[in-house]
Design a protein around this ligand. Sequence first.
Ligand code: UT7
Length: 348
Amino acid sequence: MPRSKIAGIGKYVPKNVFTNKDMMQFMETTDEWIQERTGIQERRFADRTNETTTTMAVEAAKVAIERAGITPQDIDFIIFATLSPDYYFPGCGVLLQRAMKMKEVGALDIRNQCSGFVYGLSVADQFIKTGMYKNILVVGSEKHSFGLDFSTRGRNISVIFGDGAGAVVLQPTEDANQGILSTHLHSDGTSAEILAMFNPGTHANHWQEGLASFDDATIGEMFMSKAMIDGEQNFPTMDGPAVFKKAVVKFPEVIIEALTANGYQPSDINLLVPHQANLRIAQFVQQKLGLTDDQVFNNIQKYGNTTAASVPIALCEAWELGKIKQGDLVCLAAFGSGLTWASALMKW
Ligand code: UT7
């Protein structure tokens, strides 16, 4: 059975740099607080009218496809991970297919938030291994800036996120020393509400008491009622410390799972590319696994947390900086809303 390899990788981040000082114009926060608690110095925000989750994904995909030495017409399957789609439906996969004038190939949308890219990579890996597809485009893209609460009330979540996109082309390889060795996917829905955006949705207050009043809403308005908007219930919410506590347990666990499955140990890793959730989380994971600074790549300082885009953006930047060479053991790991977490171990 062939393995799948990353044949091409690309990233796109918007030009607009939004610093912690810029954040202070909107809410009570400080550069010191943000840097100390998250490591973030600045993030990129998409152009409000000219850039969408799909347009950023297209830019990243163009680079990945070109680096793979193929054209958009060679792509035979699309996997698109995002939590900030252009439309509630249809998903961004078909919008990318249209924008890149691809053939009428399958387009699958993934809703696994911060783990979305690694989940997508795992799905693509299975399709390549069975021989069903030969050139799969896996994309993670987010335009968070369009849907964050920039008042002081939302400061614990809004200072973290940034916009951007990353993409890879997956192809089969017969080389025994290259490709994805294994992927590992997990979830725990018991904590689904600790990092969530409830509206628009069909929950009708089922999960969250007092989330919205439907007294004066017609049946059609309950999906997204005026009361929800007036009550500012259309933003993501997070119990940061609860997510943090889970993350520092599940990240090391899923990395060890991947290493053990393939007979490796932490010292064998050439580069760990963790989801860029919070620099403190990455440092905790590094310490727990006994990894050196050279073994872990972080770029959250410049881009913030770009959710589904963060792993491919970081992987791409690490590769562009020459930190990944052929034959290197590379581990990807992600954790986020769901809760979901995942890892992928590969020989580059
Ligand atoms: O990628 C998806 C997965 N997400 C994560 O992994 C995020 C995990 N969580 C975190 O990274 C951290 O919990 C945060 C960075 C979100 C927050 O850091 P924290 O150290 O856990 O802070 P906290 O929420 O416990 O808040 C501590 C204090 C509070 O004030 P009081 O109650 O102690 O007076 C907050 O109101 O910091 C306050 N605070 C802020 N102050 C200035 C919260 N956000 C801010 C802010 N600026 N932006």
